[in-house]
Design a protein around this ligand. Structure first.
Ligand code: UGA
Length: 432
């Protein structure tokens, strides 16, 4: 199959590369010349385990190439995936400018039957919108079908999540398009769920909103645990053993971040609102997530008495480990809150410093040496559970800190070990 992928972000680049790996001829395109130039030189624009090897292999074997010439890519392909960004607009709704632009380009260069697939996370109704834009710009009566095929990959696990996908949702009312999409997915030996375009679009939002709500639920339980002397990690283990609940997404902590959950929960809330439904449960999940940040800062303040003039080492700037992505990361909320309360911040991250700097500027100092960050600070605040954090030499940490105080937003360490070492150790939803 000849495939074009418009947009070489996490989703587009990984999806295109994996489709090449399964034997298709794939052209990945982007308007960002620097990014395409880098990819042609083998330079990855994102930090994603396993991706570079796959890109290298498939470009060398001639199945994968990169271009800024979207027109040529459209004309040369049977199936075109739209995988551009849909950032959050001021209303909370998804900004569809890039999707509309892609649809227009596709329409203008449609030179025969093609399948246009929406991979980007888009509000329900966007598939129909894309079809009308393509039809408007297409010359003559060229046939095409629009399919919604949402993405479920996680950053940091993107290649594995795609090569071993748990399901593929294919939303289309065209049997011709469905059969071709089914063929593309055959090598992945996955469960195929065939729906209408609207249902597929809704599945994506519902999946992310459900996971975000599950997390906020356990974070609320954590808060109650703190008040009644229970341990949320054991509560998670206890409830997660029930297969109806499932053990994943029950790690209590400082709350979710990243390019997906904050944006998609806001967009679903907005979608419900403009359709006359007040989605209170989702609103509460969103509020709980922000409260976790505030509560974390309050924990540091309570432990130290006051934050005025204190120096805090913040461990982790990215929204989760194994990525340099800082979009909606806890660090972007927590560091300004600490500053506002008069603290100075020394931040550590092994991969995300340059991206974090663009948002936080001079609000803190930065280092990729974890012990340098900790040295001579009043307390250590863990925001991301990087391996570097999990494998800290705690005796060394104790000697470097002014007082042995750790506030842990990811419940990385064992309570007994910390007590034995003499730390003042405050974590989430566990007895202090
Ligand atoms: C998420 C979904 O998991 C993917 O299925 C989806 O395809 C993707 O969004 C998307 O819409 O593109 P991602 O944002 O990469 O993937 O990150 P996750 O690994 O799901 O983590 C999200 C956040 O939840 C992180 O901040 C993480 O630290 C937090 N989290 C996750 C917890 O605090 N506890 C947990 O138990 C799990």
């Amino acid at each position: 199959m000849k495939i074009a992928v418009i947009g070489t972000g996490y989703v587009g680049l990984v999806t295109g590369t994996c489709f090449a790996e399964t034997g298709n001829r794939v052209i990945c395109c982007d308007i960002d010349e620097e990014k395409i130039e880098g990819l042609n030189l083998g330079r990855m624009p994102i930090y994603e385990p396993g991706l570079e090897t796959l890109v290298d292999k498939n470009t060398k074997q001639g199945r994968l190439r990169f271009t800024t010439n979207i027109k040529e890519a459209v004309r040369a392909s049977d199936v075109i995936f739209i995988a551009v960004g849909t950032p959050m607009s001021r209303t909370g709704n998804a900004d569809l400018s890039f999707v509309k632009e892609a649809a227009e380009t596709i329409g203008k260069h449609l030179n025969g039957y093609k399948i246009i697939v929406n991979k980007s996370t888009v509000p329900v109704g966007t598939g129909r919108l894309v079809a009308s834009i393509v039809r408007h710009h297409a010359k003559g009566n060229v046939a095409f079908d629009v399919v919604s095929n949402p993405e479920f990959l996680r950053e940091g696990e993107a290649v594995r999540d795609t090569m071993q996908m748990e399901r593929a949702v294919i939303g289309t009312d065209s049997s011709r398009a469905f059969e071709i999409m089914e063929e593309i997915h055959r090598p992945f030996r996955t469960k195929i769920i065939h729906t209408s375009i609207e249902t597929a679009e809704m599945i994506k939002y519902a999946a992310n909103a459900f996971l975000a709500t599950k997390l906020s639920f356990i974070n609320d339980i954590a808060l109650i645990c703190e008040r009644v002397g229970a341990d949320v990690d054991q509560v998670s283990e206890g409830i997660g053993a029930d297969s109806r609940i499932g053990k994943s997404f029950l790690q209590a902590g400082i709350g979710y971040g990243g390019s997906c959950f904050p944006k998609d929960t806001a967009a679903l809330h907005y979608l419900a609102k403009i359709n006359g439904f007040d989605f209170k449960m989702l609103e509460a999940a969103i509020e709980t997530n922000f409260r976790q940040r505030e509560d974390f800062v309050a924990k540091i303040e309570k432990t130290l008495g006051s934050l005025e003039g204190k120096v805090i080492s913040v461990l982790g700037l990215s929204f989760k480990p194994n990525t340099n992505d800082v979009r909606y990361a806890p660090s972007l909320d927590v560091i300004p809150m600490l500053r506002e309360k008069g603290a100075m911040v020394k931040a550590f991250d092994p991969a995300a410093i340059s991206r974090a700097k663009r948002q936080l500027g001079y609000q803190c100092s930065y280092t990729d040496d974890i012990y340098e960050a900790i040295q001579n600070t009043d307390a250590c605040a863990i925001l991301t559970d990087w391996d570097e954090v999990k494998s800290l030499d705690l005796n060394k940490v104790k000697n470097l800190l002014k007082e042995p105080v750790i506030i842990d937003g990811r419940n990385v360490f064992d309570l007994d070990v910390m007590a034995q070492l003499g730390f003042t150790y405050v974590s989430i939803g566990r007895p202090a």
